[in-house]
Write a protein that binds this ligand. Sequence first.
Ligand SMILES: NC(=O)c1ccc[n+]([C@@H]2O[C@H](COP(=O)([O-])OP(=O)(O)OC[C@H]3O[C@@H](n4cnc5c(N)ncnc54)[C@H](O)[C@@H]3O)[C@@H](O)[C@H]2O)c1
Length: 316
Amino acid sequence: MKILANDGVSQSGIDALENAGFEVNTTTVAQEQLANYLNDNQIDVLLVRSATKVRKDIIDNCPNLKIIGRGGVGMDNIDVDYARSKGIHVINTPAASSHSVAELVFAHLLGLSRFLHQSNRDMPLEGDSNFKGLKKNYSKGTELKGKTIGVIGFGRIGQATAKVALGLGMKVLAFDPFIEKTDLELEFFDGQKLSFEIKTISKEDVLKQSDFITLHVPAQKDYVIDKAEFDTMKNGVIIANAARGGVINEVALVEAITSGKVASAALDVFEKEPKPEIQLLMNPSLSLTPHTGAATNEAQDRIGTELATQIIELLK
Ligand SMILES: NC(=O)c1ccc[n+]([C@@H]2O[C@H](COP(=O)([O-])OP(=O)(O)OC[C@H]3O[C@@H](n4cnc5c(N)ncnc54)[C@H](O)[C@@H]3O)[C@@H](O)[C@H]2O)c1
C-alpha cells in the first residue's frame, strides 16, 4: 500500500507506517498535478496538513484513494462529507496538539506578567545605556501562582490549559455551554496522579472573577469576547487568544487596553491572517505569535504516530 504525505509527516509517523509494510512518499506535488500523480503512482492514502486541498475533483478522479488523513484539527481543506459518501475514510488528529497550545498560552501569560514582551523589545536598544531605567519600568511583575484563570471553551485545549494552570498553583474557573463538569487528571514525572473535578460556571462569573482569561472555543458567527464582555472583566485582567481569529473583537480589545481595563493580552490568531492589523502588531501591550500554537516537534510526532495508528487499523 502506498501513502503520499503531500504536506510532510514526522519521521516517527514514517517509521511506524514503514514498519507496518506501507510505502511512504514525502514528495510535495503541486495542487494541479495531484490527481494525476495519485493515479500514476497508485496512491492508497493521501496525507495533508492545511496546504493541500482535497476537493470533489480529486475525490472523483482518484478511485484508488482509500484514506484522506489530515495532520491536525480543522478539515476545511477537505470535502469531508463528499469523500465519506464515496466510501473514503477521512481521519484527523484532534488531540495531538492540545498540550502544545496550552504551553504556548502559558509562555505568553508568564511573559506578559513579567513584561518580557516589552523588555525583549527594549533591551537590544537601551539595555546598555538605560539598564537601571528598564529595571525600574519592569519591576512590578506579578506571579501566576494563587491567581484565578478563566477558561472559556472547556474542550480538549481548554482542559489541557487548565491542567497546566493547576500545576502552577492557579485556581481554575471554566465556562462551556456544552460541558457541565469534568475530571482533570494531572500526571507527574514519578507516576503519581491527582484528579480534580472542575464544574463549569456561567460566562459572566468567569469574566467577573478571573485575573487571567484564555479562549479555547471554535470559530463562530459572533464574537465571544466583545465590548460588553470586556466591561464585565476585572480591571487589569490579562487575556490570551490562541483559538481562532474572530473570537475576540480586536478593536474592542485595543480599546480595553487603552482604557486600562485589560493590562495586556496575547494573540496567536488574528481576524486577518496572514496580514494582521498593524494596530495590533505595533501595540506594546500585546505579546504576539504567528499562529504557532500547535507548532512543536512533540505535537508533530504525535500527529504522525496517531495518523499511522489509524491507517494501520483501517487498512491492515
Ligand atoms: N493556535 C493554534 O495553533 C491552534 C491549534 C489547534 C486548535 N486551535 C483552536 O483551538 C480551539 C479549541 O480547540 P479544541 O481542540 O479544544 O476544540 P474542542 O472542540 O475540543 O473544544 C471546544 C469547546 O468550546 C466549547 N464552546 C463552543 N462554543 C462556545 C462558546 N461560545 N463559549 C464557550 N465555550 C464554547 C465547545 O462546547 C467545546 O467544548 C479551536 O478554535 C481550534 O481551531 C488553535
